[in-house]
Design a protein around this ligand. Structure first.
Ligand code: SF4
Length: 422
């Protein structure tokens, strides 16, 4: 998305007083911050190379920006990819909020009176989501609660939680933090990483983490009396997920991956993604123009996640077809699978009662497999279902040798926190 009135090389948010410009610029240029594929040695994709509507990368004399197409008073600061509209920062933010409002109302995602748990990680997506919903809450008639999850990742999550606490204090929103260690019998992500080291699954920390975090967010939301859960997934996240599911041949996830959320089947709380139709670039620009304080460091666990490949592929697709991300999202919504490909109706986990398509839910199966030293059997599409499930007793304790914890792996996974959260 070009930022107008600047040299072509300045395709990035303009600096604002008091805003960490380098943070917004990096997030904008990388789309996802620093994706795994970019970290792998290939040259980061230039914003200028993506999309036919972008300006050329070679320096040109600065041209005066046109007037904002909405207010006709201020100079335009950007041109929106979808509409081509040139807008100033204030009008862009107003339009962005109006579109999120339309998404929520048209999809009937949050009924009046809903108590909404916002999954807050401190990152840009959940920060923008919380800020926009706080602006819209009076019109929607909903109340907000921030719920953050402490995965137990030394040297990373503490700083992210500090950002969430600053947001809660600044916006006067109640905040609840739930920890893996409390919910899962002492297991933290650091303990999971120690347990999976050398198992062949040690690169899949995000896959394990996503299963546990989805459960943790549900528990946290119930703790605060929420009736609905919202997460900050944007259009790029959803497009990557669609690509991943296609590439994995995961018909079950494809079948339930469309739409703007789940209605809360099997007793689970309804979940939705109000930013699902907003592009990553616009989320970053909204955070920039609203001067939002968010956390943009990477998790210490670099899983070499499959999502990194999907992200790279999406960038290539967007270079040829700028609407590729939204097209993929809409494709998933319209996808109709043959009856044989649909997953079986969900039931209840025999251990914890949560939603499950097998005897044990994913989280209990994961914890069971970790304790048995066979984490590979605890997760994934599986080869037969019930042979992957363990006993129905309580989850066992984690290993306690902190000295064997793997250090930060090379690379970093950007926003792969969304690996399996939805
Ligand atoms: Fe968990 Fe992966 Fe997110 Fe780290 S990056 S918090 S391991 S999902």
């Amino acid at each position: 998305m070009p930022v107008l009135g600047r040299d072509a090389g300045d395709l990035q948010p303009p600096p604002l007083p008091g805003v960490p410009h380098s943070q917004a610029r990096d997030d904008f240029q990388d789309g996802k911050g620093r994706g795994a594929m970019d970290k792998g040695g290939s040259a980061p994709t230039s914003v200028a190379s993506r999309g036919s509507q972008l300006l050329p990368a070679r320096p040109e004399p600065a041209m005066p920006a046109p007037q904002c197409a909405s207010c006709h008073a201020a100079r335009a600061a950007l041109r929106r990819p979808r509409s081509g509209q040139a807008l100033c920062g204030a009008c862009f933010c107003t339009a962005f909020e109006a579109e999120v409002l339309h998404t929520v109302l048209a999809g009937r995602l949050l009924p009046p009176g809903a108590v909404v748990a916002v999954g807050a990680s401190g990152g840009k997506d959940s920060t923008v989501l919380a800020h926009v919903l706080r602006e819209l809450a009076p019109r929607l008639g909903v109340s907000l609660r921030l719920v953050a999850v402490d995965e137990g990742i030394g040297g990373y999550r503490d700083a992210a939680l500090a950002a969430v606490r600053r947001q809660a204090a600044r916006w006067d929103l109640p905040l609840t933090v739930v920890a893996y260690a409390d919910l899962f019998g002492g297991w933290t992500m650091d303990a999971v990483a120690r347990s999976t080291a050398g198992s062949g699954r040690s690169r899949a920390c995000c896959t394990f983490c996503g299963v546990l975090r989805r459960r943790a967010l549900e528990e946290g939301a119930r703790l605060v009396g929420a009736t609905h859960i919202v997460t900050g997934h944007n259009a790029d996240d959803m497009a990557e997920t669609v690509l991943m599911n296609f590439l994995r041949g995961d018909a079950g996830r494809l079948a339930r991956g469309g739409g703007l959320g789940s209605r809360g089947e099997g007793g689970a709380l309804p979940r939705c993604r109000p930013l699902q139709l907003a592009s990553q670039k616009e989320v970053v620009l909204y955070a920039h123009f609203r001067r939002l304080d968010y956390f943009s460091e990477e998790c210490v666990y670099a899983p070499e996640a499959f999502r990194g490949h999907a992200r790279h592929l999406l960038k290539l697709l967007e270079a040829a077809r700028p609407s590729a991300a939204l097209d993929l999202v809409h494709s998933a919504e319209r996808l109709a699978l043959a009856p044989a490909a649909r997953p079986p109706p969900p039931g209840a986990c025999s251990r914890c009662g949560a939603l499950a398509s097998r005897a044990l839910c994913q989280a209990c199966a994961l914890l069971d497999g970790l304790q048995r030293g066979r984490p590979r059997l605890a997760i994934g599409k599986g080869r037969g279902g019930r042979d992957e499930e363990g006993s129905s007793g309580p989850p066992p304790p984690p290993p306690s040798d902190p000295g064997s914890a793997p250090g930060p792996a090379a690379g970093g996974c950007g926003a792969t926190c969304k690996e399996r959260c939805e």
